[in-house]
Design a protein around this ligand. Sequence first.
Ligand SMILES: CC(C)(COP(=O)(O)OP(=O)(O)OC[C@H]1O[C@@H](n2cnc3c(N)ncnc32)[C@H](O)[C@@H]1OP(=O)(O)O)[C@@H](O)C(=O)NCCC(=O)NCCS
Length: 173
Amino acid sequence: MDPIYETSRAAVTVRPAHPDDAGAIRAIRNHVIEHSTALWTQTQQSPAEGTAWLAAHLERGSAFVAEADGEVAGFAVYGPWRQLDGFRHTVEDSVYVRDGRHGLGVGSALLAALITAARDAGHHVVIAGIEAENTSSIRLHERFGFRHAGTVPEVGTKFGRWLDLTIMQLPLT
Ligand SMILES: CC(C)(COP(=O)(O)OP(=O)(O)OC[C@H]1O[C@@H](n2cnc3c(N)ncnc32)[C@H](O)[C@@H]1OP(=O)(O)O)[C@@H](O)C(=O)NCCC(=O)NCCS
């Protein structure tokens, strides 16, 4: 499949995800679950859960992977922000870059592709829910025009402490 976004900064190609990416995506996701507060769970995703989770995104066309040096360097997905049908024009994004490849433009390449795809799909707003101390994700989203909508204190917990959630939003239309 043709790449949908390319950047020379880190020789990154972003393309739609396919079922064979499930293992690489799950490895990145589980590393984040084990080591970081970017995902608010300590439950690792099983292979079957990873495949099912990705399948729902593949059906919607809302999963993207970044390839660099022949490996999956990161992934991004978007999905419904909330389930009631009145929220149907708003989606929430998630961007994750493989450990060791941070700060090289991979996240930017992924988010650029995701925004283009969400706009082409006719969505109205993209939301990002970010742990308030995750400065790299906040900076990444600011770079693409996301504005701070607010921070909700102590709505999550991990590693024995409360977590604050910063909500950012990008209008698409
Ligand atoms: C957040 C994340 C997706 C950013 O992707 P990335 O490929 O590292 O980011 P990029 O190289 O494209 O840089 C994007 C911006 O983030 C900033 N940034 C990247 N790493 C940073 C760091 N460690 N500290 C502060 N800012 C950082 C860059 O400066 C850049 O902004 P600038 O070009 O205006 O200076 C990536 O670091 C990651 O996967 N982190 C762990 C998982 C996570 O937190 N995901 C987001 C959940 S909401």
